[in-house]
Design a protein around this ligand. Structure first.
Ligand code: ATP
Ligand code: MG
Length: 490
């Protein structure tokens, strides 16, 4: 295609203000280089770096290349903004509104999966952005599940939204029972459901034993058999089976394989962990709730208790995912979850099954190097942890922790220009890498959202007060505002 020559240089178009009779007159009142009309001139303001033109960007034919290569040479070029998806915020380079919907992007083959990875240093806005996606996702019919919430941020949000807030831990009223079958999904065949419940319980029990006694992992087939046998007889004998009953059954089993399992599970019935999972459930997850969040803040100091609580919650919430409805699944503070091998395997499976299940999993972590803490370098577990990033086609990089930028750039395949941008991002602003395209987006929060998402309760000592910092620079226009040009970018 022949290269088109512009008759005038792009940023030197003269701006004239329409006069009353429809003719154009020069704007004499505007200061040199700045135009004072109500509308931005079509050809962009007459000043350096005004960054606006009505002409479509065209790469000269001699430089034609793949989108990936051009994205590196000309980063942050914005296409026409879409209003068809969920509003997130504004592009801080172009000022254009930015919308996002993982399922729509997948349908358009712009991404190969619906998963989202959010990585960034403490306090730069990861949770607020995930909450904005979640809240706006609920508005478009996508319920949200948060199986473990070590800061109770999401539990507060779920309660405020009229969803289900389950708070686990000493002194909290809620309890989950790993042997609870949960409600049978409407319309499901009773035999199929019973079979699914048996499998879910057995898988969960194996994970619990391996967490309590890592030396037994992977559980020997004879030990698995002893566990399954005891589990089946306990559940046949009682309509409300509990871990106490299961431990008693294992005591009756004389085989050597049964003894270590019984000893490990007994820790949940006596000692410091008793009362957490060994009683009948006080609550069952409600798949119809717009948001279900399991608050684990009161267990956050005890790694084993926290791991067990999230394991049980994830397993019980699984049946909500079986409804086939498109759901958003959030793992905030994922470093807590990834540190336990049992969780790592589960999250890995979930990310791989997201397309089949219709879920979009959001994984939020402080640093990609957190994954290295799960296992010794060179082991299969370490490789699985490091591979999680590659299972998320949407990656959000907030400002990185000191020393983490190179690792993030390598794992997320950032270009040099993208890397430079991440180093200077402001609060609430992230580099959104969707497939191979990178854009700088600042999440816009409305006033009501800012109060709902308040993650500073411990600092401000108030559940309802707005955040104490960052509010001035919020996009107060709210989620519904999609008009271009009014963003306050940093
Ligand atoms: N889009 C935004 N605009 C302005 N301020 C924001 C925005 N997002 C977050 N903030 C503010 O930044 C602070 C930290 O936000 P948030 O809790 O979401 O960060 P985080 O990265 O999840 O932190 P942590 O790593 O501790 O979990 C809060 O005071 C919040 O109000
Ligand atoms: Mg957070």
């Amino acid at each position: 295609m022949p290269v088109r020559r512009n008759r005038r240089p792009l940023l030197q178009t003269r701006y004239t203000r329409p006069s009353g009779d429809g003719s154009q007159t020069a704007d004499a009142s505007a200061p040199a280089g700045v135009h004072s009309g109500a509308l931005v001139p079509k050809g962009g303001e007459h000043r350096p770096h005004a960054g606006r033109t009505w002409r479509t960007f065209r790469a000269p034919a001699a430089h034609r290349d793949t989108t990936a290569v051009l994205g590196g040479a000309y980063p942050f070029l914005a296409g026409r903004p879409s209003t068809a998806r969920l509003y997130v915020g504004r592009d801080t380079v172009t000022g254009a509104p930015f919308t996002y919907d993982p399922w729509q992007l997948y349908a358009a083959q712009a991404v190969s999966n619906t998963n989202i990875l959010i990585v960034g240093n403490i306090g730069w806005g990861k949770t607020n952005t995930a909450m904005a996606i979640a809240l706006r996702g609920i508005a478009t019919g996508h319920p949200v599940t948060v199986p473990g919430d070590p800061k109770n941020d999401w539990t507060r949000l779920a309660a405020a939204l009229g969803g289900q807030a389950i708070r686990l831990g000493p002194g909290q009223g809620d309890r989950l029972n790993p042997l609870d079958p949960g409600p049978r999904p409407p319309g499901s065949d009773s035999d199929t459901w019973r079979h699914q419940v048996d499998q879910r319980r057995a898988t969960l029990l194996v994970a619990i034993v391996e967490t309590l006694a890592p030396g037994l992992a992977p559980l020997h087939p004879q030990a698995r058999e002893a566990l399954t046998e005891a589990l089946q007889s306990t559940c046949r004998a009682s309509s409300t089976p509990t871990l106490h009953q299961l431990v008693n059954r294992l005591e009756d089993n004389p085989t050597p394989a049964a003894a270590p399992i019984r000893a490990s599970l007994a820790q949940l019935c006596t000692g410091p962990l008793s009362g957490l999972l060994d009683q009948p459930a006080t609550t069952v997850p409600d798949p119809d709730a717009p948001m279900i969040a399991v608050g684990t803040a009161d267990l956050a100091d005890n790694d084993t208790a926290h791991t067990l609580a999230v394991l049980v919650a994830t397993s019980q919430l699984e049946q909500a995912h079986a409804t086939g409805q498109q759901r958003i699944l959030v793992y905030d503070e994922a470093w807590r979850i990834l540190a336990a091998p049992a969780h790592l395997a589960r999250v890995n499976a979930e990310l791989r099954l997201s397309r089949a299940r219709g879920t979009a999993t959001i994984l939020i972590t402080h640093a990609l190097s957190d994954a290295d803490k799960t296992a010794d370098a060179g082991t299969a577990t370490a490789a699985t942890a490091r591979g999680l990033a590659s299972l998320c086609d949407t990656r959000l990089a907030f400002r990185q922790a000191p020393g983490e930028l190179d690792r993030t750039a390598a794992d997320l395949h950032l270009t040099r220009a993208e890397c430079d941008a991440v180093a200077v991002l402001g609060k609430g602003e992230a580099l959104w890498k969707i497939g191979t395209t990178g854009r700088r987006i600042r999440t816009g929060l409305g006033t009501a959202e800012a109060a709902l998402f308040n993650t500073d309760t411990a600092i401000t000592a108030s559940d309802t007060a707005g955040p104490t910092n960052g509010t001035d620079s919020r996009d107060r226009t709210g989620a519904a505002d999609t008009s271009a040009g009014s963003s306050r970018s940093k």
